[in-house]
Ligand binder design. Structure first.
Ligand code: GLN
Length: 307
């Protein structure tokens, strides 16, 4: 069979899996609730849905509003971390790599860990990542957008950034505690606006699935980071990308994944590809209810699991 034929067949089955995943997602989303943590995000229609898959051999498939841009929020933590690791491969010593069963905004957890963040995906770790990336790049939004594929596919939404700036106390508290213990390089009033603008980046599921492919590519063709760093990022994602639900996600799905309160979830199957979902209502762990259900269904049908 010619290679092109095989390729088409595989895209066809990917589309089939996506259709099944969408059905599961719609049911699960009905039980979730759109986040009100950032007021501007609470206005999003809970029935919106998009899903895209990209494979390391170049196949792509998508369903729903796959070109609609949504607020990536904490998905930005993954791309900012990778951008930082390009400048500073040893950044792990500043942000940690272990799991945490506390919420992503926990100040107590920071105290229990002698003021070093547990990992780059809780907010204290993400603030340290942004702080260091700011030192290296001068603009963390630009560095993150570049990794996502550039300004034609991703940009920060000033209204969402402003909405978080106006209502946030938690990130500001965490930043003050980090500064008190000498963990920050930049002044807080420089760091926080960068961090909020970075969380407010919008991109589509197609853009995100494509941009994350370097995390699935063992051959290093799309070498953004060296293979050892990619392995580490995936390990930390598996343990901490979905906050308190990480164990549940490892048990049910078995893929490194990252979520954001905008309703995005991005999962990586090393050696195979990436899958990204957008479904705004969140479950009690703060992860997209429809997104988790969709990835579970897709991964089961596609045979994607690292275990
Ligand atoms: N901007 C939010 C925050 O920093 C992002 C949280 C999230 O998506 N989990 O708290």
């Amino acid at each position: 069979m010619p290679a092109t034929r095989l390729f088409q067949t595989s895209e066809q089955s990917l589309r089939e899996y996506l259709r099944a995943a969408q059905v599961r997602a719609c049911r699960a989303a009905a039980a979730g609730k759109v986040s009100a943590q950032v007021p501007a995000l609470a206005e999003v229609d809970p029935t919106r849905f998009a899903m895209a898959v990209a494979t390391v051999d170049g196949a792509e498939a998508h369903i729903g509003e796959s070109d609609a841009r949504f607020s990536i929020q904490s998905l930005s933590k993954l791309f900012a971390l990778c951008a930082l690791l390009r400048h500073e491969p040893d950044a792990w010593s500043a942000v940690g790599w272990g799991p945490s069963d506390a919420g992503y905004g926990s100040v107590a957890d920071l105290e229990h860990n002698q003021w070093r963040p547990r990992n780059p995906f809780v907010n204290s770790g993400a603030l340290v990542v942004t702080d260091r990336l700011l030192m290296h790049s001068g603009d963390t939004v630009a560095a993150t957008v570049e990794l996502l594929g550039g300004r034609t596919v991703a940009a920060s939404d000033a209204r969402v950034a402003q909405s978080e700036t106006a209502t946030d106390h938690r990130n500001s508290a965490i930043a003050h505690v980090l500064a008190e213990h000498g963990r920050l390089i930049n002044p807080i009033d420089v760091l926080l606006p960068q961090y909020f603008a970075q969380c407010a980046i919008t991109a589509s599921v197609r853009t995100l699935a494509r941009a994350a492919l370097f995390l699935a590519d063992k051959d290093g063709d799309r070498a953004v980071l060296d293979p050892e760093t990619v392995r580490r990022v995936n390990a930390v994602l598996l343990m901490s990308g979905m906050y308190g639900a990480a164990g549940d996600i490892a048990y049910r799905i078995g893929l490194p994944a990252k979520s954001g309160i905008g309703g995005g979830v991005l999962a990586v199957m090393p050696g195979r590809g990436t899958v990204c979902v957008w479904s705004p209502p969140l479950d009690s762990a703060g992860n997209s209810a429809g997104g988790v259900a969709a990835i579970e269904e897709f991964a089961r049908r596609a045979g994607w699991s690292v275990f």
